[in-house]
Design a protein around this ligand. Structure first.
Ligand SMILES: *Cc1c(COP(=O)(O)O)cnc(C)c1O
Length: 401
């Protein structure tokens, strides 16, 4: 018998590492799970909590992965990713984004989240500061903490469309600053930095000689003619200080596939490959062939999904701004709205809890993103659910004001 009673006691009383108590489980995943459980009980829940497209992965992408599976692409591959996929991504970054990368500047990771985690492990050590504008994607500060670094949170508000200004960035920089995290289009606000705004931030980054990681996971989900300009494309000096984090989850509705990538200076990418070679090794081999098809085949599927999101955004935004007491600037990207709820007198967690309990509408409290006066609604769901949910939200807010 391997599990002697004594050994069991040792396992049960093992002291956990200190880093565990420094991070909290993802609130978004927890609320989405609660809404799902209510639905499973037969409760009619309108869920706006999803952080993923509601569409199935396009058929040609699935077919490419199936073919790879049948052809025996079922073995270990290079930790850095399939050479053909690294090549396809480098080509995409050159042609779509104007970034002069080769395959060796790219690592394939288990999703955009994993890209950023690898980067933090490779770049951040105790004492290093990472500048994160709030509202932020909730995993950023937790990853910095897990890497032993310090997050410097810079609050922004609706007056600048929840975007950090060059002055704010400049003021937040200290001799310990290593990295600035830029996310445009943004989760949770949906805001998109204009080319001029990106240029002004790039100047601060170069002047202070820090690095910027640009999380571009929503680059393809844009509305009203908004343009995505990647910060690294604005000159050699900023290019040398830029790391791109991106993936297939949002643009191609491939959240469960777990494929992302990081692109940047070769030394940095090599470091992340070393880390990955001792942790996850390569991303699921046949899944990577689906990603190759996603990049190399027609991009019509991306546009079809974008158009569906555009329609839903319009409906949800109009309904939301018609509710007295709520206000929300119009976002140009991603699939989220981030209204201000402060006139209800409720903080975000109480608001979200009461809304789910009283009206069976699931939203994410802004506190998860460092903004306690807001909630995040995802419109990655059908129009009927949006209409029904907005009726309920209206009832809820009217009962509080
Ligand atoms: C969804 C998301 C990611 C990455 O998601 P993966 O599923 O890990 O590829 C990264 N950044 C932001 C802001 C996101 O919303």
């Amino acid at each position: 018998m391997y599990f002697t009673p004594n050994l069991r006691i040792i396992l049960e009383t093992m002291k956990l590492a200190g880093r565990v108590s420094q991070v909290t489980p993802s609130i978004t995943l927890a609320i989405a799970a609660k809404a799902k459980a209510m639905k499973a009980e037969g409760i009619d829940v309108c869920s706006f909590s999803a952080g993923e497209p509601d569409f199935d992965t396009p058929a040609h992408i699935k077919a490419a992965a199936e073919k790879a599976l049948q052809e025996g692409k079922t073995k270990y591959g290079p930790a850095s990713g399939e050479p053909k996929l690294r090549e396809a991504i480098a080509k995409k970054l050159r042609t779509d984004n104007g970034l002069n990368y080769k395959a060796e500047n790219v690592i394939i990771t288990n999703g955009g989240k994993h890209s950023l985690f690898n980067l933090m492990l490779a770049a951040i050590e105790p004492g290093d500061e990472v500048i994160i504008p709030a509202p932020y994607w909730l995993s950023y500060p937790e990853m910095v903490t897990l890497a032993g670094g310090t997050s410097v949170i810079v609050p922004t508000d609706a007056s600048t469309e929840y975007k950090i200004t060059p002055e704010q960035l400049r003021k937040s920089i200290t001799p310990k600053t290593k990295l600035f995290i830029l996310n445009s289009p943004s989760n949770p606000t949906g805001m998109v930095y204009t080319p001029e705004e990106i240029k002004a931030l790039a100047e601060v980054v170069v002047e202070a000689d820090i690095f910027v990681v640009s999380d571009e996971i929503y680059e393809k989900i844009l509305y009203d003619g908004a343009k995505h300009v990647t910060i690294g494309s604005l000159g050699d000096e900023i290019f040398a200080r830029t790391i791109i984090s991106n993936g297939f989850a949002k643009a191609y509705s491939m959240t469960g596939w777990r494929i992302g990538y990081l692109a940047g200076p070769i030394d940095m990418i090599k470091a992340t490959i070393t880390i990955q070679s001792h942790s996850t090794s390569n991303v699921c081999t046949f899944a990577q062939y689906g990603a190759i098809a996603a990049l190399e085949d027609s991009q019509d599927c991306v546009e079809e999904m974008r158009q569906a999101f555009a329609k839903r955004r319009q409906v949800m935004l109009e309904r939301l701004n018609a509710i007295p007491g709520l206000s929300c600037p119009q976002p140009d990207g991603a699939f989220y709205l981030f209204p201000d709820i402060s006139k209800t007198g409720l903080k975000s967690l109480d608001f979200s809890d009461a809304l789910l309990g009283e009206q069976q509408v699931a939203v994410i409290p802004g506190i998860a993103f460092g903004a306690d006066n807001n909630i995040r609604l995802s419109y990655a769901t059908d129009l009927a659910t949006i209409e029904k949910g907005m009726d309920r939200l209206e009832k809820f807010v009217k009962s509080r004001i």
